[in-house]
Design a binder for this molecule. Structure first.
Ligand code: HDE
Length: 763
């Protein structure tokens, strides 16, 4: 039936609306991003076969696609109509009584058009309003039947279609992508047994332990209510006031002040389920689980001042990056890792696994890789798909279950509830992007915007008139909750209290900080300094530093000094003697622990050009970068074609004005006296070069262009007198070796050895 649905128009009477051309949207891989890109071959949807399991994905990318075809609209070769399908003769002029007379109320065409327009907006998400989504699939590597009966994990090579939405938290729908913030990582699995939403973040812990505090947290971080400032930023009084009075937030603050809060790309960040969930197998046996998404490209971040500049030049930086990668066939990919453990193990831990401010260190429970997520198709329409998608933690399937995490409990309620006002009623599950691939049968009826046309007179159960249908699936097939005795140590009385270990607010904050590289620790300190320097009430700053003394005394001391204050007394702790932790350091918590494969795929490289460049060396650089999957962009003072010394022609893709240096991952400066002289005369060039250097990116300078380094006051040596590994100076004549070095240095992503606090201004 599904095949029929995709082969035939949804409504045979409306072939034009749901017609054939809908199916012929551009296959991924054929659209070229940037003038110098070549699309890739080997991906599951094109080769239709996975290298790992040999799984074959359904034609047309994935199984959500054909059901969505029935609602795709293609207007090519069609006349303009009203919403009732009436052809419109004139779409320019309203109906008037005479050429200069009044517009008539009778003009139903005008009124329909304006009325619809008046209602085009829906409320944005109260949090995570700004986001970007994509279609893809999950591939299971090995059957996990031992642990779970959840449909996506039943066989090696099983393909489950998915839709994923990434987001920032605090900013409004039109805010910038590169704010310092947590990123949402929400995955909808359209499984054979209904939809499962794994609604996670790019950090494995959260600010608070109990849903009761969520509205307070959100009110504190959102723009302040009297003047609606600042937009998409936590650097203001109300946020720090709240968290300084909530020491349970300390661990999350460490993550939020780390470079994880300013990812280079959605494609280069981890994802986490945050809460402890349960997996349940066929026999009804349950184990505990933490979900991890590991990006294939490794974990990489921006640096703060770069993020600030990007937010001005390209507020859509992450949205564009995701879109372009998918259009170019560079499908973003993550592996799913599980930490599986038992209740008995959990009881031995020094922390409580129901506490969302705690991680389970990998040293205690290693991560087991079980499959991969590939995003291989951009949405056709942002509103219909990315805006209307409704993720709900309550959407679980047989084989997945909750724990008693009190934060999770609130979420199970909140997500369904919020959609009712955001999407305008209880039938949001019928919106195409939200509709499960599995069939839906129940006796729920009516409500705003009902799409389904239920047949027959039976809408109740039990019934005999409908043959007892739809009937209860029973425990073998249907969703059952794991039977768990209530905590034996606690009374089952109704109480508003927390378990004891929740009161340890500092041990894992210290674990995180101590597990970071020196550079990351410095960045965390800088971020606290920046944010607290924006706080106007000194007592709030002092309280934050007083609290940090309990986590990392050295950090507190540094901040007191940087903020020009006396070191305050440590804040009294809720728990004086917490259980000693199992590990003091967990190297996996550093971003540097997952550098990726050292490759440069999808990295954007600016190649500056002008009239009179050296053609052969530039040609070699461009083709070598393309060969390695990087994205060279030819940047000049103005658009147009530039002629090299030898007559070769280079067309500019971008200008220094529309694409400033901080938007690129690396920079190539050309040889050629005439070109270099023209570039040197334009202050944009020096600015371009300085930001590349300052933000620790790789620079390749051929021949004459090395003079630009001196003009931009770029130090050739590091502060310690060693040569700078990210600065490659070469003669155009021996370009080959230099290009190899350049690509290797780019694979390191950043050269943090250049950093100094404050930044060095001159040699
Ligand atoms: Fe959310 N959260 N949240 N959250 N959350 C929403 O749901 C909420 C929490 C997360 O791309 C809302 O549809 C409560 C933790 C993501 O559409 C809302 C609590 C984590 C997204 C809501 C939390 C998240 C949301 C707003 C504490 C990481 C975006 C609109 C009890 C595990 C999903 C909506 C998307 C969105 C409530 C805490 C992740 C209001 C009450 C912890 C990724 O329902």
């Amino acid at each position: 039936a599904q095949q029929m649905a995709s082969a035939m128009p949804y409504n045979a009477l409306k072939p034009a609306e749901h017609g054939e051309s809908n199916a012929q949207s551009t296959p991924p891989g054929e659209v070229v991003s940037g003038s110098s890109r070549v699309p890739l071959a080997s991906t599951l949807s094109e080769a239709n076969e996975s290298a790992k399991t040999g799984a074959v994905a359904p034609e047309g990318v994935n199984a959500t696609i054909s059901p969505l075809d029935r609602v795709r609209v293609d207007s090519s070769n069609q006349v303009l109509t009203t919403n009732q399908g009436v052809p419109i003769a004139d779409n320019q002029n309203s109906l008037k009584a005479g050429a200069r007379g009044p517009v008539l109320l009778e003009d139903f065409i005008l009124r329909e058009k304006i009325t619809h327009f008046d209602h085009e907006r829906i409320p944005e998400r109260i949090v995570h309003a700004r986001g970007s989504g994509a279609h893809g699939f999950f591939e299971c590597y090995e059957p996990l039947t031992q642990y779970t009966k959840a449909a996506p994990f039943q066989e090696a090579g099983k393909i489950t279609p998915t839709f994923v939405r990434f987001s920032t938290v605090a900013g409004e729908r039109g805010s910038k992508d590169t704010a310092r913030d947590v990123r949402g990582f929400a995955v909808k699995f359209y499984t054979d047994e209904g939809n499962w939403d794994l609604v996670g973040n790019n950090m494995p812990v959260f600010f608070i332990q109990d849903a009761m505090k969520f509205p307070d947290l959100v009110h504190a971080v959102k723009p302040e209510p009297h003047h609606q400032m600042p937009q998409a930023a936590s650097a203001h009084d109300t946020f720090w006031d709240f968290v300084s009075l909530m020491p349970e937030s300390t661990h999350m603050l460490m993550w939020q002040m780390s470079d994880r809060a300013i990812p280079r790309s959605y494609r280069m960040m981890q994802g986490f389920g945050v809460h402890t969930y349960r997996l349940v197998n066929d026999a009804g046996e349950a184990c505990l689980v933490k979900f991890h998404w590991q990006p294939k490209l490794g974990t990489h971040s921006l640096v703060w001042e770069e993020a600030v500049k990007i937010s001005g030049a390209d507020p859509d930086f992450h949205r564009r990056d995701l879109w372009e990668a998918i259009e170019a066939g560079e499908y973003p990919e993550w592996e799913l890792g599980l930490q599986i453990f038992t209740e008995d193990q959990a009881e031995q831990f020094s922390f409580d696994i129901l506490d969302a401010t705690k991680i389970v260190p990998e040293e205690l429970v290693p991560i087991q890789i079980v499959g991969r997520l590939v995003l291989n198709r951009n949405p056709d329409n942002f509103f219909a798909e990315t805006e209307q998608v409704a993720f709900c933690t309550a959407h679980v399937v047989p084989g997945i279950d909750f724990t008693n995490d009190p934060l999770l409990a609130g979420r199970i309620h909140s997500y369904v509830d919020t959609q009712i006002s955001r999407l305008g009623g209880p039938n949001f599950h019928e919106i195409p992007i939200n509709a499960p691939v599995a069939q839906v049968h129940n006796n729920q009826r009516d409500g705003m915007h009902r799409q389904a046309i239920h047949r027959g007179r039976v809408a109740y159960e039990p019934n005999s008139l409908g043959g007892g249908c739809p009937f209860q699936a029973g425990a073998a097939q249907g969703f059952t909750s794991v039977a768990r005795r209530l905590d034996a140590q606690q009374s089952a009385d109704k109480v508003r209290i927390k378990p004891e270990k929740f009161a340890d607010h500092y041990t894992q904050a210290r674990l995180f900080y101590e597990s970071q590289s020196e550079v990351e620790q410095a960045h965390i300190g800088n971020a606290f300094r920046f944010e607290l320097s924006k706080v106007t009430v000194p007592a709030i700053r002092e309280r934050v530093v007083a609290s940090l003394r309990n986590a990392v005394p050295a950090l507190a001391e540094r901040l007191a000094q940087d903020l020009g204050m006396e070191l305050p007394q440590a804040l009294p702790k809720a728990l004086e003697n917490p259980t000693p932790p199992e590990v003091e350091v967990s190297p996996a918590l550093s971003l540097m622990a997952r550098p990726g494969d050292g490759g440069v795929r999808t990295r954007k490289v600016a190649v500056l050009i002008g009239h009179g460049v050296d053609g052969p060396s530039l040609g070699k650089v461009i083709s070598s970068l393309v060969e390695q999957g990087a994205v060279p962009r030819l940047v000049a003072a103005r658009l147009g074609t530039y002629v090299a010394v030898g007559g070769e022609k280079f067309a500019a893709d971008a200008t220094m004005e529309n694409s400033p240096g901080f938007l690129f991952d690396a920079l190539v400066l050309p040889d050629g006296e005439e070109a270099v002289a023209a570039l040197a005369a334009d202050a944009h060039t020096l600015e371009f070069l300085r930001v590349q250097y300052w933000h620790c990116k790789t620079i390749l300078a051929f021949g004459a262009s090395q003079a630009l380094l001196a003009e931009a006051q770029i130090p050739l040596m590091m502060a310690d007198g060693e040569p700078d590994p990210g600065l490659i100076l070469a003669d155009a004549a021996d370009a080959d070796e230099a290009i190899t070095d350049f690509i290797a240095a780019m694979g390191l992503h950043r050269h943090f050895g250049r950093e100094n606090d404050p930044p060095r201004s001159e040699v």
